[in-house]
Ligand binder design. Structure first.
Ligand SMILES: Nc1ncnc2c1ncn2[C@@H]1O[C@H](COP(=O)(O)OP(=O)(O)OP(=O)(O)O)[C@@H](O)[C@H]1O
Length: 345
């Protein structure tokens, strides 16, 4: 298997005057959160282990204060962990020299934050070309690349406007173009769209997915919105109080939540868009008759109408074989949720 682009190995970041008392040789001396808290320490992240695969979108979710930003800042090499290791391309990110780390930031990592942080005195073109200027690229080259990025995010014609002359969504597009100008391998997005209204937000999510489809970046994306996570993620890590509760695809989190906290997070999820035929079918398969066929990997939304209209169950097919069946009653379960049915909602 290919090695992950980024990985955390028992990573913790402690805040508090006495934090150093609990770290020896890069390891925490206690596994007990309460002990730390009693010493006035906030474990912003605590014993986090995860792998971020190349070319995939990894989403970090959790309530406010759960440690998402701290984890992202550690992964991006901006905040050193108190204990544990961050591996970037299998090397300890915090053992690179300062000069190497600067090069990694300039050439291999790109970032977009919630607050657009555009330079107000520079035009759109100037803002997008800015990281290339820092990289020391000649003017003609950086303007050519910047123009290309501006086209990529649909802002052509607005190159000479200043940030104050753009809407929030347009400003965020500039931020995206700027973060992509240096052609980073890893793209960090920290709640990039939470300041935008819902329609623009959806548009920007689609934009990120479109760019991801074209550019195949490794993306680390923070959000506290499960629907947003579902739209963009390959895998999702759910954080609580600095710890990772579970990592999985949206479907895995929905079908087998590891804790009540994860279950609560996924309660309002768009189930029909997430669940596949495989995860809701009954096995062993009945012999039929069937009202039709669906593939094991088809999402419920794609066959919901057909199932609703059919008096017979649908056969679930994999490798030309019937591996299960789905009937109409299951659809109700999925669409309104088993809990809602139980309380007669
Ligand atoms: N520089 C700091 N000094 C002290 N405590 C900090 C510092 N940075 C973060 N913390 C604490 O660490 C915890 C995690 O914070 P973090 O910002 O990572 O959470 P978050 O999940 O990103 O929250 P939000 O969604 O509100 O941005 C919080 O309790 C926070 O108060």
């Amino acid at each position: 298997m290919q090695h992950p682009v980024l990985a955390c190995r028992k990573v913790s970041r402690l805040y508090g005057a006495r934090a150093s008392e609990f770290v020896t040789d890069g390891h925490l001396t206690t596994d007990n959160v309460q002990t730390l808290q009693e010493a006035g320490i906030t474990p912003a992240i605590f014993n986090v282990d995860l792998d971020i695969e190349r070319g995939k979108t990894f989403v970090i979710m959790g309530l406010s204060g759960s440690g998402k930003s701290t984890l992202l800042r550690c992964l991006a090499g901006l905040t050193p962990p108190s204990a544990g290791q961050i591996l970037f391309e299998s090397k300890n990110l915090f053992e690179f020299s300062e000069a190497d780390l600067i090069q990694i930031h300039r050439h291999q990592m790109g970032m977009v934050f919630q607050h657009f942080a555009l330079l107000p005195h520079l035009t759109v073109l100037g803002n997008v070309a800015f990281p290339l200027e820092i990289q020391g690229r000649p003017r003609a080259e950086r303007e050519e690349i910047a123009q290309r990025m501006i086209r990529l995010v649909g802002l052509e014609g607005r190159e000479h406007r200043f940030p104050a002359q753009l809407s929030g969504g347009q400003q965020q597009r500039v931020g995206i173009a700027r973060s992509l100008a240096g052609d980073p391998d890893v793209w960090f997005l920290d709640e990039p769209f939470s300041a935008l209204d819902p329609l623009i937000r959806r548009e920007m999510q689609a934009e990120v997915m479109r760019l991801q489809g074209m550019l195949k970046k490794t993306i680390v994306f923070i959000t506290h919105d499960f629907e947003e996570a579902v739209r963009v993620a390959d895998r999702i890590a759910i954080m609580k109080d600095g710890q990772v509760e579970q990592i999985g695809t949206a479907e895995e989190l929905l079908v087998s939540p590891a804790t009540d906290y994860v279950r609560a997070f996924t309660r309002d999820a768009p189930r029909a868009h997430i669940l596949t035929a495989r995860s809701i079918m009954t096995t062993p398969p009945s012999a039929g008759p069937f009202g039709g066929e669906v593939n094991a990997t088809d999402r419920v939304i794609s066959f919901a109408r057909e199932l609703d209209a059919s008096s017979l169950p649908l056969a679930v097919i994999e490798n030309n074989e019937v591996i299960g069946a789905i009937d109409r009653a299951m659809l109700l379960d999925i669409l309104i949720g088993p809990e809602a049915q139980a309380v007669g909602a």
